[in-house]
Structures are given as C-alpha cells and as structure tokens.
Write a protein that binds this ligand. Structure first.
Ligand code: 0X9
Ligand code: ZN
Length: 415
C-alpha cells in the first residue's frame, strides 16, 4: 500500500476507535499487534488468547482487558503495538435486540427463526425445521433440514437407509455474525433453486442437508447489546469465578485441553471445566451422533479467508488417504473462493475444536472456513458490514455445492 495512503488509513482507524469511546464506557478491548517468528511461538500465544489474523511474522488480535494483561505479563517481547477500545455502554433506551444501525441487514436470533419458519412454510416439500436442543439461556438451537419429501418418507420407513448427509453450522463465536448470514444465504439459494437448477434439484433429491445458522445465539445477541458491538467471542456461561463464557471451539471432547486453550475462565479461549460442559456443544455432538449419515461438516467462522482442516491439536496431518482427501478438497474449494487452504495447526495449535472432534471421533470430513475479510484492522475484521454479505455468498456457493455433492463418498474427491 502507498505510504501516504497507509498513514491516512491508520489515522482514520484511530479516529474511529477514539470517536466511539463513550464517557459511560463499558468493557475495554485492545487491538494488539504481536510478532511471532514461527508456529511454535504462535502456539505459545494461542494458549492464552485468540489469534485473529496472521500475516508473515505478525499476529493481529482483539483481546479483553484480562487477556491483554496476560500478554503484557507473559509476552511483552512479542508485543509491537496496541490500541485500547472502550465499548460504549447504553446511552439510550434503544431495543438491544437489534444490530447497530448500519448493519440491520444482519439477522438477530428472532429474525433468524422467523426466516427459517418462512422457508419451511414456503417450501414444505423440501424443508423442515429441527431443534438440536437449547442454549444455556434457553433459546432453541434451530436448524433446517433440506431434502426431498420422498427421502423423509423413506427414512421414516427405514431409518437405516443411507441418504448421505452434510451439516453446515455457523456462529460458534458470537462476534462472527457474517457466518449466520452465509448460512441463511445457503438456505435461500438451495430452496429457491429446487426444480429450477438441475444440480441443486439433484442434490436435494439425493442428500440430507442440515443447516444450523446460530449455534451460539446467547453470545451472538449479547454481542449486539445496546446496538453496539461488544467484541464477544464465547457463550454466556456464568463461570464459577464471576466471569462469563466458555469458548465453544475449545470445548469439544477430542484431545480436549491439550494445547491452544486456557483453563482460566476469564480467558477468551477458556476450554470450560470439562469437555462438552456446554449445552451448545452437547446439543451439536448429540445431533451428529444421532445422525450417522453425516459424512461432511462445514463449520463457519470469521475472519482471514482460510480453509482449515485437521489436525488442530497437533502439528501432524491425519495421515493416509484421508489426508490426501482433505488436501485435495481444500485445494479444489480454494480455487473457487480464493481462500488459503491449510491444516489448522499450521496456524497455531488449538485443541477442543469442532473439526478435531468430528473427524477424530466420528471420521467426518470436517472443514473450518474463516470467511472474509482477509484483513482485520483495515478490512473490517469481525464487523465487515452489510457489504460483505453478498460477495461472501458468491465466493462460497460453489464450495458448498461441492461439499454437498461429496457427502456420499468424500473419497471421490481424489478421482
Ligand atoms: O481459533 C479458532 O477457534 C478458529 N479461529 S477464530 O478466529 N474464528 O477463532 C480457528 C480454529 C482452527 N483450529 C485450530 N487452529 N486448531
Ligand atoms: Zn471463530
């Protein structure tokens, strides 16, 4: 980037950060820039804080006060720069169950449920809402099952019938709202093209497609509290020490707590007191376990534009043919969305994530997409605005159709 232009952007960003500082401030967050030379150094950092973006030897993250103190204490030599951001507290009586005014195109929990209901009403022959359980605060964890009616009838008669399944799940992390939007766009595109587009018609006729747009609705709605973004990541579990939240993507029970997560409840990468301590991860695990036809899982996160696959808890790959399948599928999808395909642990070690459990325990070919933007501080990071929704869908529809297609046998990817 041109130097002058870069300087202008930095000043603008700082102006935004400081102009949004309220005199009735709530929590503060810190935008941090760290330097780490290699994956081992990054993994050491990942034991304490989330790593949002890696560019060469730089790490960019937004961290809570608590996590910032941990960095200052443990990694002062890695810290290059930081900016404090004060989250504005409520100053009006505005309805807090709504996105900030520029982003009302994003769906709240209620709007998501309404949307799913409307789809079910409009397309009763090929869609059905299902619930996998309840969130900690008691919200229904809803999904939509897309398949031809004939499949549902056949499955009822013979539950052992193999109709290949895929699940797409969004919003493990509260602030990653773009993932819910992509999930809803997928639903709309699939349903509205049935009987019109030959590929989609055939996929709906031959697959069980499960889409769960909000696995962490408590966190997602907390993140838009007072109609200003809270930079919230975890669920809303009241922890024993008075802090809140477990990182749902560190709470799965495969090699849980073996690196890249924290046992401190205050941490933004808190693993929880035990594996599967949270209603949201339990519900998702139980749903997968009860749906053995699922061969492929896509879990949506933001940001950085990456396609990730196991392992996440150790540096090696899964080995054998499966490793080839993961790599080939990753490369194929990357050609469409222009994201970077890689093993999760090439970024940093993290244990207890969805994909390590899904593959390690259930043999499911599981991918994590880190959606747009590519860049944090200057690209919008977790809050890229309404303008990011449509391009993110356009970039990721082909990868989704490819995954749905391969759900009968992911090994076909190698043919
Ligand atoms: O750290 C995470 O949970 C994911 N990134 S995010 O910025 N959305 O929080 C990535 C998980 C990838 N898994 C491993 N690196 N093990
Ligand atoms: Zn995430």
């Amino acid at each position: 980037m041109h130097r002058k232009h870069l300087l202008k952007k930095i000043l603008l960003t700082l102006a935004i950060i400081f102009s949004t500082t309220s005199s009735f401030a709530g929590d503060s967050y810190h935008f941090v820039h760290l330097k780490a030379q290699n994956v081992e150094e990054r993994s050491a950092i990942a034991n304490h804080i989330p790593i949002d973006q890696i560019i060469d030897d730089s790490i960019y993250s937004v961290v809570s006060d608590y996590d910032y103190k941990i960095i200052q204490k443990n990694f002062p030599h890695f810290l290059v720069a930081s900016h404090i951001y004060q989250i504005p507290s409520a100053t009006t009586n505005e309805n807090d169950d709504e996105f900030p005014s520029n982003d009302t195109a994003y769906h709240t929990y209620k709007e998501t449920i309404t949307e799913l209901n409307q789809y079910q009403q409009k397309y009763p022959q090929i869609s059905e809402i299902f619930s996998i359980g309840k969130s900690l605060e008691g919200k229904d964890l809803l999904g939509i099952h897309i398949t031809a009616h004939a499949n549902k009838v056949a499955l009822k008669q013979n539950p052992d019938l193999f109709i290949p399944g895929i699940v797409i799940v969004a919003l493990h992390h509260s602030r990653e709202h773009l993932t819910t939007e992509l999930a809803l766009k997928y639903v709309d595109h699939l349903l509205s093209n049935y009987g019109k587009d030959a590929t989609i018609t055939s996929l709906i006729n031959t697959r069980n497609i499960y889409i769960i747009p909000m696995l962490n609705p408590d966190g997602g709605m907390y993140d838009i509290k007072n109609r200003s973004y809270q930079y919230w990541r975890k669920n809303r579990r009241p922890n024993s020490n008075g802090s809140f939240g477990v990182d749902l993507n560190r709470n799965y029970g495969y090699q849980w707590g073996t690196g890249g997560s924290s046992n401190s409840p205050n941490s933004d990468v808190y693993m929880g007191p035990t594996p599967f301590s949270e209603p949201e991860t339990i519900a998702f695990k139980d749903f997968i376990t009860a749906t053995p036809n699922i061969r492929i899982l896509l879990t949506l996160h933001t940001y950085s534009e990456l396609i990730l696959y196991p392992w996440g808890h150790k540096y090696s790959g899964v080995g054998g043919k499966d490793e080839e399948v993961f790599a080939k599928m990753g490369q194929t999808m990357a050609a469409w969305n222009n994201y970077t395909p890689q093993r999760s642990s090439d970024l940093y070690i993290a244990s207890g994530d969805t994909c390590d459990w899904a593959y390690g325990e259930r043999g499911i070919f599981c991918f994590t997409f880190e959606l747009s933007p590519k860049s944090g501080w200057f690209g919008g990071g977790f809050y890229p605005g309404t303008k990011a929704i449509e391009p993110t869908f356009q970039a990721n529809i082909k990868p989704a159709l490819y995954l749905i297609d391969l759900a009968d046998s992911p090994y076909r990817a190698l043919k």
